[in-house]
Ligand binder design. Sequence first.
Ligand SMILES: Nc1nc2c(c(=O)[nH]1)N[C@H]1C(S)=C(S)[C@@H](COP(=O)(O)O)O[C@H]1N2
Ligand SMILES: [Mo]
Length: 262
Amino acid sequence: MNTPHANWLVDKCDTILRDARKEIGRVVEQPARRAFLRRSLTLGGLSLLSGCALVDEASIDTALSGISRFNDKVQGWLFDPNRLAPTYPDSMITRPFPFNAYYGEDEIRQVDAQSFRLEVTGLVADRKVWTLEELRVLPQTDQVTRHICVEGWSAIGKWGGVPFASFLRRVGADLSAKYVGFKCADDYYTSIDMATALHAQTLLALTYDSQPLPPRYGFPMKLRMPTKLGYKNPKHIQAIFVTNTYPGGYWEDQGYNWFGGS
Ligand SMILES: Nc1nc2c(c(=O)[nH]1)N[C@H]1C(S)=C(S)[C@@H](COP(=O)(O)O)O[C@H]1N2
Ligand SMILES: [Mo]
């Protein structure tokens, strides 16, 4: 291993450990949390979970979200921006492709194509709104990839659209910013790391199976990332913003891991 690389590794480990120590410090500060920590050290890994009833929920939440943030760091650090997710032939597309949302199919949002405007804000040079027509004339590509949902299913689908990296460059986004956030027409929201935003397979998808994205799959547009779990792929996108302030997400704020790599 060459020296600059080793130094980089040491620096990364140091940052991760510093953050972990800070998190443990926060847990230890309060007596209830100290008791929890003592118990978890005694009982060890798995029995800690079965012993949940013995300790207050807030301290478990704090400890677990600390671990989840730590996990985000490690995933971000291990993410290889040049590694591609598997792609499949059209013959392997799952038909019918499943629908999922935090509500049922009877509540699928109907977005009007004519009045639709995509808002692009935050750390971008060109903060404008886009019509659907303006987006449709940008160079597009499509890919057949696997979508994995944490609820226990996966399916292969075909999405087409604008490579997100080229869209971010076009709007003059600050590519050194940490996060890209998304707000959706159904009040869903999520955010991703810049490395994934710039990944070659991250698409601002306008089509599903070579047809305009149907309402069930997120008309008029979704962000499709084969490197991330289902809940990180926002449908019905209305606003995109580039920021250094952690924006969270609908499921992430309820305890799902933020990085959400697949
Ligand atoms: N706007 C919005 N996007 C969303 C969701 C949602 O409820 N609203 N659910 C997420 C989850 S958990 C999954 S698995 C996928 C489902 O996408 P599909 O309907 O194309 O299968 O959308 C993701 N994006
Ligand atoms: Mo999901």
